[in-house]
Design a protein around this ligand. Structure first.
Ligand SMILES: Cc1cc2nc3c(=O)[nH]c(=O)nc-3n(C[C@H](O)[C@H](O)[C@H](O)COP(=O)(O)OP(=O)(O)OC[C@H]3O[C@@H](n4cnc5c(N)ncnc54)[C@H](O)[C@@H]3O)c2cc1C
Ligand code: SF4
Ligand code: SF4
Length: 406
């Protein structure tokens, strides 16, 4: 391969190549047929190959990157390297209610900025001019950070904003999905400025990113034409939250807890079906929804936190966030299905990820072969087949992983 134009369907759409390209001739454009971003070469490529070396789409050496980041391979192949786990939420009710789960990411960024520990944070808001497209940017004020709160369930090329970190001296935090963090960690191997200037890496636990087609599907469900959308918020309104769409005529439409209705398998990009990192293992801290029985009556929101580095932050924000320890095993239980799929089934699907993976047995191989996406199942039977498949996966995941996590 000469440059990332040839990465094709292995591309995660992270945007790292755009920021790292020395002559700056790569840009991210939406492929409307596939509903994802892809890199496009817009000028004279000199063939240096740096874009390919930082690309997490084609290879992620988790073993090597763990050694660089933590000084050791993880002794837990499911959660990665970590020191402790917590459940917490912002004590500011508005931040908590408007964010994805408990507003912990937003609150930590506000603390880091207000204490002068960072000059800016790489976050993502929806583009004010094109409300259905995300806009990664460097937030430099509390208002910017609050504006970017909430999960964006559409493709996000967050790492294009690394360019500003390379160009502007300072100390920065970054917020990204596992594949964004992979791109950043790989880029830091080659770029001293990114290594020195990014001082906090906040990772978002990720099952998959729905394509843009998922958003179009949801807009159809609430009866809004894409061109009439003035604003879209995928999470917020308490926990687990609603899709909120604002239209030109001033209407506000809410679609509560819509995940089951189309944000599942149907709109999952092919690259996410190969992904083997659910927990953002290379971040300093990972953040997730508390999908646990004990929180099923939760209305305002709480965030699960896997703390891998910087224990001091969680101590220092105790006046503005309520935080308590939680057993790592519970964090694992909250994501069991997705971790099983990523660590066993997806691992069998490709050779992109290298590192410490749990052993695969003959039942895992059968589950891999019976994956509904690999088989041609008649439409009339598809739903029932998928349900039975998910039951089989849940049973196997429980059998394999419900012991101690370390
Ligand atoms: C695509 C996606 C898939 C997810 N899958 C799971 C899952 O399977 N299980 C689970 O428990 N949790 C999942 N999450 C995480 C969950 O939705 C929350 O983000 C997490 O619990 C943190 O909540 P919070 O209230 O602390 O975040 P907030 O305080 O609301 O802050 C969220 C931060 O993340 C940034 N951000 C939002 N979306 C993106 C994006 N797509 N790319 C890069 N940055 C972004 C925002 O700019 C903001 O700074 C997913 C999130 C996303 C975006
Ligand atoms: S660096 Fe990211 S955006 Fe660029 S080709 Fe690789 S995966 Fe795609
Ligand atoms: S599943 Fe993996 S590749 Fe897909 S968006 Fe999430 S982290 Fe990126």
């Amino acid at each position: 391969m000469r440059n990332v134009a040839e990465v094709g369907e292995l591309c995660t759409g992270c945007g790292t190549c755009v920021a790292i390209c020395p002559p700056g001739v790569i840009s991210m454009e939406i492929n409307h047929d596939r509903g994802v971003y892809e890199p496009v070469i817009t000028g004279g490529c000199d063939g240096c190959g740096l874009c390919l070396r930082v690309c997490p789409g084609i290879e992620v050496d988790l073993a090597d990157l763990n050694m660089r980041v933590f000084g050791r391979e993880p002794d837990d192949p499911l959660l990665g390297n970590y020191e402790a786990c917590y459940v917490g939420h912002s004590m500011d009710d508005k931040i908590r209610y408007d964010s994805s789960s408990g507003g912990m990411i937003t609150q930590i960024l506000l603390y880091l900025l207000e204490e002068g520990l960072i000059d800016g944070a790489l976050v993502t808001r929806m583009n004010p001019e094109r409300p259905l497209e995300p806009e990664p940017f460097i937030a430099r004020t509390p208002e910017d950070i609050i504006e970017a709160r909430g999960s964006k369930y559409c493709p996000v090329p967050a790492n294009v904003a690394l360019r500003e970190i390379i160009e502007e001296p300072g100390r920065y935090a970054v917020v990204g999905l596992p594949c964004h963090i992979h791109g950043i960690r790989k880029a830091q191997k080659f770029n001293r400025k990114l290594r020195e200037r990014i001082v906090y890496h906040l990772g978002i636990v990720c099952n998959h990113t729905p394509t843009f087609k998922a958003t179009l599907f949801l807009l159809e469900r609430v009866g809004v034409k894409p061109e009439d959308v003035q604003g879209i918020h995928y999470r917020g309104e308490g926990w687990p939250g609603s899709l909120r769409v604002e239209t030109g005529s001033g209407d506000i439409l809410l679609l509560p807890e819509y995940w089951g209705s189309g944000f599942g398998q149907l709109f999952m990009p092919g690259r996410c079906r190969m992904c083997c990192d659910h927990m953002a293992e290379l971040s300093d801290m990972s953040f997730a929804d508390p999908w646990l029985k004990e929180f099923e009556d939760e209305k305002k929101g709480r965030t699960l936190i896997i703390q891998r580095k910087h224990p001091e932050i969680l101590q220092k924000i105790s006046g503005i966030c309520e935080i308590e320890p939680i057993e790592p095993q519970k964090v694992l239980l909250s994501q069991l299905y997705n971790i099983y799929m990523k660590k066993k089934v997806h691992k069998l699907n490709n050779g992109i990820y290298h590192g410490n993976f749990p052993e695969v047995d003959s039942v895992d191989r059968i589950i891999f072969r019976l994956d509904p996406d690999r088989l041609k199942i008649p439409f009339s039977l598809k739903r029932r087949y998928e349900y039975l498949y998910s039951v089989a996966v849940s049973l196997k995941a429980r059998k394999d992983f419900s012991g101690d996590s370390k």
